[in-house]
Design a protein around this ligand. Structure first.
Ligand code: UT7
Length: 367
């Protein structure tokens, strides 16, 4: 029951005109929590995931011809052998999501017009504006959907899937598509060996739907520390430093990263987030079938897995073939391991990236 505040008694009301009473009631109504319209019986399940990587394979051997590096250095320091690059002229992140969506439509029978909302996690949207999500909706014919982008770098998919889950849990949306995509090749300096060997292009999508049988997205720990922006960013192209001839000549439209610092924070951030999400759901590492870590560096993945007590056979790894696809890594892992995911498996996604942003999402896999 919504209570009438003590000062809104009859004597007060007598002093006011009708219109003023209506305004006060309107303001009070907006400020009161509406406690009877939300339904929390739903979990949002994500059993339908699909991925797409471009055909072109950029190998370590080819990178050896471009910068002063070796296959041995790249593989031992990062675990990467090759990555995919979207080479087609005039194609961007939206086009990779469209390809992943085509697989989702073909293989699940989902129709574009059934989608209510599309959330796109990316730092390499097709344009600075408009958002890429609505471009994707247009390209796939999702005429009843609206969309928006989430910019949380490598943690973008975690932020987006948790946001999508809340739209489902609210009872207002029935089919929410969450995409994680990046065309990192569009913001890499292929003369900078410290960054260009690490990243690649790729996309993944999941469909979230209501589920009342105990499966789906259980919980999420999402974190951010804006001070981390100093260690991983793009220097120019935003409103602080718009593009000029000087910024282009200074090569400031590319990824800048202080790798060692990011490495240190990444391991701690992911370990803490996973521990926290498990503890508050009364689970231990032993209960979890799959750890799905962001694919930034095989050494980071190993450190996180070991610190948490996961054996290697319970940690998803595909960095060797794709490199770091930023918002694409987590859905691409789910897609790659789709045949090994079984109904009822506890799965924990975790990521760390630019912002800094990081977190962990706990899922009970529906199958
Ligand atoms: O996904 C977003 C979050 N990002 C991350 O989580 C990335 C975290 N950081 C990393 O993964 C690692 O720090 C890197 C892979 C980026 C770098 O590995 P590192 O072991 O930290 O190397 P370093 O930066 O300390 O460099 C060691 C040496 C340097 O040479 P000197 O100064 O010792 O002579 C670098 O110049 O390795 C050199 N180096 C390379 N050598 C050959 C750096 N890049 C290369 C390269 N090939 N590609």
């Amino acid at each position: 029951m919504r209570q009438v505040p003590f000062f809104l008694n009859l004597s007060c009301l007598l002093l006011l005109k009708d219109i003023e009473i209506l305004m006060i009631i309107g303001i009070l109504y907006l400020r009161c929590p509406i406690d009877n319209t939300l339904t929390y019986d739903y979990k949002s399940c994500d059993y339908r995931s699909r991925g797409y990587v471009p055909d072109y394979i950029l190998t370590n051997a080819e990178l050896e011809t471009m910068v002063e590096t070796t296959d041995e250095w790249i593989f031992t320091r990062t675990g990467i052998r090759e990555r995919r690059i979207l080479k087609e002229e005039g194609k961007g992140s939206s086009d990779m999501v469209v390809r992943a969506m085509e697989r989702l439509f073909e293989q699940t029978g989902l129709k574009p017009e059934e989608i209510d909302l599309l959330i796109c996690a990316t730092v390499t949207g097709d344009m600075v504006f408009p958002d890429t999500a609505n471009t994707i909706c247009d390209k796939i014919g999702a005429v009843n959907a609206y969309g928006f982008d989430i910019n949380a770098a490598c943690s973008g998919f975690l932020y987006a899937i948790q946001t999508g889950a809340k739209f489902i849990e609210s009872g207002t949306h029935k089919k929410v598509v969450v995409a994680g995509v990046d065309k990192m090749s569009s913001i890499l300096d292929y003369s900078d060996r410290t960054t260009c060997v690490i990243f690649g292009d790729g996309a993944g999508v999941v469909l979230l739907e209501p589920d009342a049988t105990g499966f789906g997205i259980y919980d999420a720990v999402l974190r951010a520390d804006g001070n981390g922006r100093h260690f991983l960013h793009m220097k120019a192209g935003g409103s602080v430093k718009p593009p000029t001839i000087e910024t282009v000549l200074a090569r400031e439209h590319y990824v800048y990263q202080e790798g060692k610092t990011v490495f240190k924070y990444a391991v701690k951030g992911m370990v803490d987030a996973v521990q926290q999400v498990l503890e508050r759901n009364n689970l231990t590492t032993d209960d979890v079938r799959w750890l799905v870590p962001h694919q930034a560096n095989k050494r980071i993945i190993t450190s996180v897995g070991e610190a948490l007590g996961f054996t290697e056979d319970r940690v998803m790894v595909n960095i060797e073939r794709y490199g770091n696809t930023t918002a694409g890594t987590l859905p691409l892992c789910l897609w790659d391991y789709r045949d090994q995911l079984k109904p009822g498996d506890w799965v924990v996604l975790t990521a760390f990236g630019g912002g800094f942003t990081w977190g962990a999402v706990l899922i009970r896999w529906k199958g």
